[in-house]
Design a protein around this ligand. Structure first.
Ligand code: NAD
Ligand code: DAU
Length: 349
């Protein structure tokens, strides 16, 4: 195998799509998936590639420095694509420390381990940190986040991701570690854990449960189909400039309320319900504290330098997503019943 690549968090939503793309597209790379299997990590996401000769799963916690150091010493990875994180803003509001441990300390542990094994020769090595547009804070009605926008995080989640981004750049500037960072907007698609907006609404519409819309629903996000994010990560990993940052976006802004209504209509059609049935489930609920009004990405740099543009429209991506959830009942019920977590406890403890 020509390259040993560690992907952290590849049992999660985005990581599983990145791992699949790399395992299939690059048979001469050996892909290692390091994941703690938290509530968000699910090896069912990778069933189709789990027996591939160039794929290996390693269960472990990036917060455990001695485990990480030993792993890097033993495996001598050539590159890291770091996605492991606590990723849910709402959970960060109730338990900020967990976000500091995984997102900040876990990232620094990986940086240290990479620096230690690569320090004699940084050539052909790369530490790729996958981050979020939330580090830039909130926009008003106008404007876009560029790579030069100052950081202004508001939630414990975005503060922890901002901190990890700063550490990654500090290791580049101080030690010369070869790094690249990307900051992406909201992803959606298959395997999305159903506590985030789109999969939660799909699940609730299917089960005739209320659709909780925070505040007045006028909050705005830019949405990118997860497989397009994986394609962008492939481009940045292979062709992004050392030390650089790339914003990744979908050119696709939606107010939450309009998005939920669009989803309701699509689900009514898919479920053979009268149009307007699911919209009645919309329920305005208490707002998220510190809720950022609007995120919007200027993705000109990655478009111009690396030729990235989303391959599907939002309508196409949303339909693929709904179809996937409607035909993957078992995945959904395992995730929502917590069966897979019981399985992991029995399997690994
Ligand atoms: P996710 O929550 O679905 O998956 C995170 C994965 O990390 C899980 O498999 C989990 O088990 C693993 N993990 C958590 N803590 C760990 C630890 N201590 N050690 C090892 N593994 C651990 O997240 P996601 O939505 O796939 O996001 C992946 C990355 O992309 C994150 O870094 C996130 O900040 C970033 N991101 C996400 C989005 C989005 O819309 N979801 C957008 C931009 C950037
Ligand atoms: O912008 C990128 C970020 O997108 C990623 O860094 C995060 O990891 C990812 O979770 C996502 O964060 P958000 O907070 O934007 O995602 P979420 O799906 O939780 O919420 C999307 C919007 O919908 C947000 O404005 C809050 C709102 N919302 C969310 C939920 C779960 C609701 O109105 N009701 C809900 O029940």
């Amino acid at each position: 195998m020509s390259k040993k690549i560690l992907i952290t968090g590849a049992a999660g939503f985005i990581g599983s799509h990145v791992a699949r793309l790399f395992v299939i597209k690059y048979p001469d790379y050996k892909i290692y998936n390091l994941d703690k299997l938290t509530y968000a990590g699910n090896l069912e996401n990778l069933k189709d590639i789990e027996n591939s000769p160039n794929y290996q799963f390693i269960k472990g916690d990036i917060v455990d420095a001695s485990f990480i150091n030993n792993l890097f010493e033993t495996e001598r990875f050539d590159a890291v694509i770091h996605l492991a994180a606590e990723s849910h803003v709402d959970r960060s509001i109730t338990n900020p420390l967990e976000f500091v441990y995984t997102n900040v300390i876990g990232t620094v542990n990986l940086l240290n381990a990479a620096k230690n094994i690569w320090k004699d020769d940084f050539s052909n090595k790369r530490f790729y940190h996958v981050s979020t547009d939330e580090v830039y804070g909130a926009l008003g009605a106008e404007g876009l986040f560029t790579e030069d926008t100052s950081y202004d995080p508001h939630s414990p989640y975005s503060a922890s991701k901002a901190s990890s981004d700063h550490f990654v750049r500090a290791y580049h500037d101080t030690y010369g570690l070869p790094i690249v960072i990307s900051n992406c907007s909201n992803n959606y698609g298959p395997n999305h854990f159903p506590e985030k907006l789109i999969p939660l609404c799909i699940y609730n519409i299917k089960n005739n449960k209320p659709l909780p819309v925070y505040g007045d629903g006028k909050y705005t996000r830019d949405w990118l189909y997860v497989i397009d994010h994986a394609i962008a990560i492939d481009l940045v990993f292979h062709s992004g400039k050392n030390g650089d940052t790339y914003n990744i976006g979908g050119f696709n802004e939606w107010q939450n309320i309009d998005l939920v209504k669009t989803l309701c209509k699509l689900m009514d059609i898919k479920l053979g319900r009268e149009i307007g049935t699911s919209e009645k489930l919309i329920t305005f609920v208490k707002d998220r504290p510190g809720h950022d009004l609007r995120y919007a990405i200027d993705a000109t740099k990655i478009n111009k330098e690396l030729g990235f543009y989303p391959s599907v429209t939002f309508e196409q991506g949303l339909e693929k997503t709904v179809d996937w959830y409607l035909s993957n009942d078992e995945w959904l019920s395992n995730v929502t019943s917590g069966n897979y977590q019981k399985y992991y406890q029995e399997q690994y403890n």
